[in-house]
Design a protein around this ligand. Sequence first.
Ligand SMILES: [Zn+2]
Ligand SMILES: [Zn+2]
Length: 312
Amino acid sequence: MPAFRGISRRHFLITTGAALWERSIVADEKEPVIDIHQHTGYLARPDEDLVSHQRAMGVTKTILLPAGTPVARASTHQGKSNGLAAKCGGNESAMSVAKANPGEFFFGANEVTDLETAHMEVERYLKLGAKLIGEQKFSVQCDSVESRKLYELAQEYNVPILLHFQHATYNLGIERFDKVLASFPKVKFIAHAQTFWANIDAAYSDQSVLYPKGLIKPGGITDRLLSDYPNFFGDLSAGSGLGALTRDEEHTRAFLTRHQDKLMFGSDCPDPAGTGVECTGAQILATVRRLAPTKAIERKLLHDNAQQLFGL
Ligand SMILES: [Zn+2]
Ligand SMILES: [Zn+2]
């Protein structure tokens, strides 16, 4: 029996140590994380894989951004950009996953910007509880008459609107977006994608380069918009967000400090894993945790800013 007791005691000490260590890991993982940028049907990913992907990343609340109605017209590149150019599901699909997972998944309202029925369709889902308008990813000028109608709707329903900026492809004319921000001071605009991130750099000169690399000179178009307009926000999602955060780490620390109240975590990745190198979202989370200058800033970026903006 003494031998057994000895082993038992050692076992007790080992398991106690392990439990303490485990608890600290679990505590970290249990910190709530809001992902404001995911999609149903993303490159045909099944809904159950989307749900497990989000849980594997440690995300506690997810906003699903629907595509517009599939149509062949100039604003969808004659249909090539239907499904947000990635087979993503529309309003019904996002709302149904949200309804099946209450409190964990939320949905946006969206439509092809210049479709005659856009206002009606978006309003319908706003009335059903959509948290924002988006993802607006269509080939229109960012200050087009049709875009402005959706900005007015965002103002009327007091919801943010999320725009994908991509030079020569989606939401054209970012150099004029300051005028939109000034005309709609009550609307919260959330920007993302290549042309938003490339333009944080004041030395960025060729708008056709979508994934610029190397050191960053502060003061680019979007860096200034974030500083100058209280209604302009950014999400950290996708390869463009990850690339911008990792290309100049010293710049990133200052950028995250400067815009700590304006940036929010988003993943926007189509993998089923939710972890490892194939998961952009997991890499963005790890990068924010590594480069956020303080724990308070990290919590703002991964949770608090989105909680406040969306009232989650
Ligand atoms: Zn996008
Ligand atoms: Zn992922």
